[in-house]
Every structure is written in C-alpha cells, then in structure tokens.
Design a protein around this ligand. Structure first.
Ligand code: CDM
Ligand code: ATP
Length: 301
C-alpha cells in the first residue's frame, strides 16, 4: 500500500509510521538463533518519520527532526543507516533486472526515538523501498520486494504494509488484520536506547504459548480483552536491564490508561485510553512531568 504523497513535480514524500507490538509472544527459536514470534502489530498514524526523495547529480543523505542528531549520515557498512542499505539493495536488485537508477537526494526527518522498540529504522527502510520505487517509477514482483525487505531486518516486511497484522515466524509470516479497530494510545519512552539482540539473549523462557484467536469483528472491547489476555514476552528481560520501564508504566497507569505494555524489545511502552481526547490529555500531563522523555498521543491504523 502506498502511504505517501507527491508534494511537487519531482519530490516524493513517504511516511514511516511507528510499529507497535500490541502483543508479542516468543514461541521458539530457530537453529540460526532467530526467535519464533507470535505478534499482533499495528502502526501509529500520528507518530512517524518522514522521508523525501529529490533528483540530484549524486546520491546524498541528510538528517533532520528531533532525533536526527543521534544518527550519523556518514556511517557506512554495518553501521550505515538502514535507509542507505535499503537504497543500495533496491538499486542492486533493479540493476539485476537490467535497469540502472539515477542518483537521489534522500532526507530523513527523524521524529521517532532511536532503538526504542517501535521499529523506527525498519519503518524508514520500508518507506525507502516504497518511496524509491515511486521516485524511480520502477517496480519489483511482490515476493522479490518482500524478500529484499526481510534481508534488511525481521521487522521490515511488516513495515512495508503499515497496516494491522499478525506476524509469526521470525516476523515475516504475515496475515493482515483488517477488522482491528483504531485504538487511542500514548507512546512513552524514557530516552534510553535498548539493544534488540541483547534483550533476546537475556530471555529465560523461549517456548511460550501463542496468542489466542483474534476477534472476527471490529468490537473494541473484544480486541482489548484479547490483548489483555496476551503479553510481551520480551518485557521481563527489558525491565531487568532498564528500571525506567517500570517507572514509565506506573506513570501511564496513573494517567488513566486501560492497558499498558512494552512494544518490541523496548523501551517504548504504550497505554491505551478510552478515546483520543483522553490520550492527548494524558500525553500533555505526562510531558509536563518529564519534559526530557518522549510522550506522543496517537491513533492506530
Ligand atoms: C522485537 C521485534 O521488534 C518485534 O517486532 C523484532 O523481532 C525485531 O526486529 P528487527 O529489529 O528488525 O530485527 P533484526 O534487525 O532482523 O535482528 C536484530 C537481532 O534481533 C534478534 N532477533 C530478531 C528477530 C527475531 N525474530 N529473533 C531474534 O532473535 C537477533 O539477535 C538479531 O540479530
Ligand atoms: N533510520 C534509522 N533509524 C533509527 N535507527 C537506525 C536507522 N538506521 C540504522 N539505525 C540503527 O538501528 C538500531 C535500531 O534502531 P531502531 O530505532 O530501528 O530500533 P527499534 O525501534 O528497537 O527497532 P525494532 O523495534 O525493530 O527492534 C539503532 O542502533 C540505530 O543506530
């Protein structure tokens, strides 16, 4: 699905929405070390990075936004930005089909906290794939695009769709959940990065039960009941390494959230509220308490 918009003749703009693991069960581990998951995932409509693509004489990459200064535009290789890895992989895949793509100036407005469990880098990589295909007027068969996304990270295929879904396997076995209702939430992050591999390494129990069956309809109460019966199995190990997760969960609870949980490998937690006005009021109050932390009210896709 295309989530961006064309702002002028030449510029292509694409949004990279925060990914939220509403529930995440770890159900096993593959021989290569990757963990098997069962996760209910949605995307934030009001928390996103923004990517823009413009014609240029040579490739360039610039960063802006609140969290842009935390990333280096010059980093290359393993430490390179996922946006550049996505650009290079896509260009190589298209070259393999005999099509050579021109230089592009990419700007990333980094509004999402980094290494925070809401898949910022993965969403940026997926948005780069979507945006560049539009910018270059190119296409790849769906399965080739999906395989390319998976090479960039386990979360990247799900970020390609940016719609509610259930992910199994290592995150690549995806089923859309079109009946999921939009939820009102606050995303809360204590501004401390968390290493995903380290949280997986610290896991004590890796063979947990899957999540229950998802409701067939769009009744919010039924969906919240299902979520309440589920967990994030990465939360105990993240809490053990970062006491701020308990603190931020307590703050969300005191602000009237109906359900509170960590997303991904943390440290971002979300609280669900009765409606968007309640979520916005809570985010405002929480930001006043801790102006140095990240609080964002959002609806979900
Ligand atoms: C925790 C989640 O965000 C939940 O959606 C994802 O599983 C993580 O996805 P991601 O950050 O895109 O992960 P990748 O960049 O592919 O992998 C980072 C590291 O996390 C661990 N990893 C990741 C995904 C997975 N299913 N099992 C794992 O054990 C591996 O140690 C891997 O080396
Ligand atoms: N565009 C990008 N945005 C954020 N981080 C990036 C980006 N490109 C590379 N990185 C690197 O990727 C690492 C993970 O960052 P990211 O914000 O994607 O983590 P995350 O939200 O925990 O992801 P996930 O939920 O998929 O585990 C960071 O250490 C960061 O340096």
């Amino acid at each position: 699905m295309i989530t961006g918009s064309q702002t002028d003749e030449a510029e292509v703009v694409e949004t990279a929405s925060a990914k939220i693991n509403l529930a995440l069960h770890v159900t096993g581990q593959r021989a290569d070390g990757y963990h098997l998951l069962d996760s209910i995932v949605t995307f934030a409509t009001d928390a996103f990075d923004r990517l823009s693509f413009l014609p240029a004489d040579r490739d360039s990459f610039t960063l802006g936004g609140r969290f842009g200064p935390l990333l280096s535009p010059e980093a290359t290789g393993q430490d390179g930005n996922l946006v550049l890895k996505a650009r290079d992989l896509l260009r190589a895949a298209l070259a393999g089909e005999g099509v050579s793509m021109p230089p592009v100036a990419i700007r990333l407005e980094k509004n999402l906290p980094v290494a925070s469990g809401i898949g910022g880098g993965s969403a940026d990589a997926a948005a780069t794939l979507r945006g560049l295909l539009r910018f270059w007027g190119a296409s790849l068969p769906e399965d080739a695009l999906f395989a390319l996304a998976l090479r960039l990270g386990a979360d990247v295929p799900m970020c390609l769709s940016s719609r509610p879904l259930r992910a199994r396997g290592i995150g690549e076995d995806i089923v859309a959940l079109p009946a999921m209702p939009a939820l009102s939430m606050v995303l809360a992050n204590p501004m401390k990065g968390v290493s995903t591999p380290e949280i997986f390494r610290r896991l004590q129990e890796k063979n947990n039960s899957p999540i229950g069956a998802t409701p067939t309809g769009s009744d919010t109460t039924e969906w919240i009941a299902l979520l309440a019966s589920a967990r994030n199995d990465l939360e105990p190990s993240a809490r053990a390494s970062l006491p701020e997760i308990a603190e931020i969960s307590q703050m969300l609870s005191e602000s009237g959230a109906l359900l509170i949980r960590m997303s991904g490998s943390g440290a971002t937690c979300f609280g669900l509220y009765v409606d968007h006005a309640a979520a916005e009021a809570a985010a405002t109050r929480l930001s006043r308490k801790r102006p140095d932390w990240y609080f964002q009210a959002t609806r979900t896709a």
